[in-house]
Design a binder for this molecule. Structure first.
Ligand code: SAH
Length: 365
């Protein structure tokens, strides 16, 4: 017997029936952020009991080191007496809470900071509020980055860009066609190929990918987040983007669905699983650079955390709480290890900054 369809699947099927097949990006957008049934709108997906675990949830060290980075960057900016500390997609507020706690030693930074959180999920906004209200820093919530007033700004985004919708195109004999979600003859949702090729698509691809063989898949985000970040920080600020992905252009399909810490079919139970795709750091860097930001990195998460002193931080924590030594070592390994199980190499950090700031902590060449 067929499984019962999720309410979002019914909504998506109605949309396809009316308007025809939808792009992968539109499907992803609906799955994650549909105002009623979207994955992020209806739940707190993080942590051991949720669907996935992120670096700030692995250890307090992650957020603390980012706090250290923020204070150093603020000093490089000339210690402005007002600074917008922006986080995109703050999840449970863990990173910001650990970062601000670590930044408290710099009392003038603490007094200058106004925190702006860009969060689409009302559920997670609540969790963030509970988590952060005792810190004594003003906090404002926004649904998009564009709402935040301009001025000196530090932007942090961990595992945010991977959740922004991706388009996919597949090379056919007559050119590149967008991949779409359609209803197959069997009645199930299926991946299809748009009938007409995308006009002039090949000319927009990075040169090395232009003569790809038939069947190649190329993914891209049309989201303007990198442009918007670059525009905000190019004259007075810096941004740190950490995510999993590739440092150079490539082909291949990376869209994945995760539920209960396991992979599942992205077309199954829309709205019930987390959908993400690799971040193309080269594309992000290019957009941010076009608009005048200086690009730093990308470097591996391992190099970022080592550069900010994670080994010393772990040693200090262990000295203070010897009974937690094994747990701290395990977290350190998970955050910095290379190979498929560690986050140290798969995750990368890219900074975008006002060119006047010069080298940034952990990105020095
Ligand atoms: N940075 C956190 C959470 C990562 S999960 C951590 O590292 O633990 C992705 C986060 O981005 C969630 O908070 C989710 O609700 C938010 N999010 C996803 N898409 C969004 C969008 N389009 N606009 C604003 N927030 C979004």
């Amino acid at each position: 017997m067929a499984e019962e369809r999720s309410p979002l699947e019914n909504a998506i099927r109605r949309l396809i029936a009316i308007a025809g097949p939808m792009s992968i990006a539109e499907y992803m957008r609906l799955c994650l952020t549909h105002p009623q049934y979207g994955y992020y709108v209806t739940r707190d997906p993080l942590g051991a009991h949720g669907d996935f675990v992120t670096a700030p949830e692995v250890s307090q060290m992650f957020g603390e080191l980012i706090g250290v980075w923020m204070v150093a960057v603020w000093q490089q900016m000339g210690s402005p007496e007002n600074v917008r500390v922006v986080e995109l997609g703050p999840g449970r507020g863990t990173l910001m809470s650990d970062a601000l706690r670590a930044a408290k030693v710099a009392a003038d930074f603490y007094a200058a900071a106004v925190v702006h959180l860009v969060e689409i999920s009302p559920k997670l906004q609540q969790v963030q509020q509970q988590r952060l209200e005792s810190l004594g820093v003003p906090i404002l919530w926004h649904s998009v980055l564009a709402e935040i007033p301009s001025g000196p700004t530090i932007i942090i985004a961990n595992e945010f860009v991977d959740a922004l919708p991706v388009h996919q195109a597949i090379k056919q004999a007559d050119g590149w066609h967008e991949r779409v979600v359609e209803i197959a003859p069997s009645g199930e949702l299926a991946i299809g190929i748009a009938r007409d090729p995308l006009p002039h698509f090949e000319a927009t691809l990075p040169r090395g990918l232009r003569q790809s063989p038939v069947g190649s898949v190329y993914e891209w985000r049309s989201d303007t987040v990198a442009l918007e970040i670059g525009r905000r920080v190019r004259t007075d600020g810096a941004a740190l983007i950490i995510d999993y992905g590739h440092a150079w252009y490539g082909l291949g399909e990376t869209l994945q669905a995760v539920t209960g810490h396991s992979f599942t079919d992205p077309l199954r139970a829309p709205g019930e699983a987390d959908l993400t795709a690799h971040v193309d750091f080269a594309a992000l860097a290019q957009s941010a650079q076009i608009i005048g930001g200086r690009i730093h990195g990308p470097i591996s998460q391992r190099d970022l955390l080592r550069g900010l002193g994670i080994d010393q931080r772990a040693a200090a924590l262990k000295a203070r709480a010897p009974e937690r030594a094994a747990e701290i070592d395990q977290a350190l390994a998970r955050l910095t290890a290379t190979g498929p199980r560690g986050m140290g190499e798969l995750f990368k950090a890219l900074a975008i900054a006002d060119p006047k700031l010069g080298e940034l902590p952990a990105f020095e060449t």
